[in-house]
Design a protein around this ligand. Structure first.
Ligand code: HEC
Length: 100
């Protein structure tokens, strides 16, 4: 009885661990929304700058400036306000790690 319960807890724990690993490799929450405007592919003709391969700290700083109203913006102030500092860091790290 007790043994079964322990086995069950171990199974659930390993499933959670597996899911955790799979999610970490995926695109972080929110990052997919950025690519609606910021092109993922090179050679797309748009005035919206690309974020792929950008320095993560630069993206985080730009988002903080947008949020604080320190940087001229049409739409990014509203978008930046929708994300926490940690979410922005995860998104920025993901974009920085992407390659063409
Ligand atoms: C609705 C379209 C749209 C979406 C969605 C969007 N952006 Fe933007 N982004 C823009 C525009 C337009 C600019 C130029 C500044 C402005 O007008 O607000 C910009 C500028 C930026 C800049 C500054 C780049 C530079 O070189 O000046 C960063 C960084 C940025 N966005 C990050 C993000 C991130 C991160 C997301 C996703 C959470 C995102 N954006 C989602 C439209 C968008």
């Amino acid at each position: 009885m007790n043994g079964n319960r322990i086995l069950c807890i171990i199974t659930v724990a390993s499933l959670l661990a597996l899911t955790g690993t799979a999610t970490a490799a995926d695109i972080p929450p929110g990052a997919a929304a950025c690519s609606g405007c910021h092109p993922v592919r090179a050679g797309v003709d748009t005035t919206v700058p690309r974020l792929i391969g950008r320095d993560a700290a630069q993206i985080v700083a730009a988002m903080a400036d947008f949020r604080a109203g320190k940087r001229p913006t049409t739409i990014m102030d509203r978008i930046a306000k929708g994300f926490t500092e940690d979410e922005v860091k995860a998104i920025a790290a993901w974009f920085a790690a992407q390659k063409d």
